[in-house]
Design a binder for this molecule. Structure first.
Ligand code: CNA
Length: 280
């Protein structure tokens, strides 16, 4: 980070500078962008963290390469690794983190324009962020359908298959194709709502990026779509996606939960945040 370049919008390029901007009521259209790192403290491994990430632990699935588990061509040949993983990731087992509650708090305060998430764990919804505010860029486990005829498949049957780690097949007799949750695999198109909402970062007055390596396109380009002069905050274990390169970028390198608590403290929202989280 080149600290010699003075900020354009913030008074100072620090957490306090950012908190002041928020407290002055200048952050009314916040766009939040999240990834697997906001759910690791809930117990869900991310992909890319060394040692603990899913990719580091996929050896037992005998994959030709780690990303194959989410590759649509590989899935057609061998859907079992995906269903082994789905069993681990399936919603219902995990509780939202304080970071998820922080996003909910932004919504409750009327500051959240949109949440773009790459996560498929549905924890943002469980934390009480309304579905209308969320763009699930990589889909979710909320629905499932046949990959051949696209017929939808019942939730209850899906739950049973996930629990048993067995492979669901299309119920239409003439089809019998593989059924897959509507999460976006490599080689598949992102949902239309992602493309329809891609203009929103340009309208934001604050961008908050949380727990993502920003390596998967086109999601990874979202922070660069914010206007120059719009403050961008990154809370992540590592610097990613060129954040820090603009004069109003603020970096909190470390754990997400610690970072959002520090921001809540600086804004005077800490008690509210903890109460909200405790009641989730
Ligand atoms: P990733 O590539 O695994 O990156 C995670 C990032 O978060 C890395 O930069 C880590 O350093 C950072 N990180 C991990 N833990 C923390 C923490 N506690 N505090 C702060 N930073 C942390 O994951 P991305 O989301 O960037 O990659 C995109 C993929 C991952 C999407 O397609 C997701 O569907 C997919 N994914 C989702 C989940 C989930 O839904 N919870 C889990 C695993 C993977």
């Amino acid at each position: 980070v080149d600290e010699s370049v003075p900020p354009e919008t913030l008074e100072s390029r620090t957490l306090d500078g950012l908190a002041k901007y928020i407290k002055e009521g200048r952050a009314k259209r916040i766009v939040v962008m999240t990834g697997a790192g906001i759910s690791t403290s809930a117990g869900i491994p991310d992909f890319r963290s060394p040692d603990t990430g899913l990719y580091a632990n996929l050896a037992r699935l005998n994959l030709p390469y780690a990303e194959a588990v989410f590759d649509i061509s590989f899935f057609r040949e061998n859907p079992l690794p995906f269903y082994t993983l789905a069993h681990e990731l399936y919603p219902g087992k995990y509780r939202p983190t304080v970071t998820h509650s922080f996003i909910r708090l932004l919504h409750d305060k009327g500051h959240l324009l949109k949440l773009f998430t790459q996560n498929i764990d549905c924890l943002e919804r469980e934390a009480g962020v309304p579905g209308t505010k969320i763009i699930e860029a990589h889909g979710s486990f909320a629905r499932q359908s046949c990959i051949e005829c696209k017929a939808s498949y019942p939730d209850e049957d899906m739950k049973q298959h996930i629990a048993a780690q067995t492979i669901p097949r299309c119920l239409r007799e003439s089809c019998g194709g593989l059924v897959k949750p509507e999460i976006v695999f490599f080689g598949e198109q992102l949902p239309a709502e992602f493309f329809m909402s891609r203009g929103l970062p340009a309208q934001a007055d604050l961008c908050i990026v949380l727990g993502t390596s920003l390596t998967v396109q086109p999601f990874a380009s979202l922070p660069s779509m914010c206007s120059e002069g719009t403050p961008r905050l990154l809370i992540n274990q590592e610097v990613v996606g060129g954040l820090g390169s603009r004069p109003d970028d603020v970096l909190l390198i470390g754990d997400c939960d610690t970072g959002v608590r520090r921001l809540a403290d600086a804004c005077g929202w800490r008690d509210e945040l903890e109460t909200l989280w405790a009641n989730t």
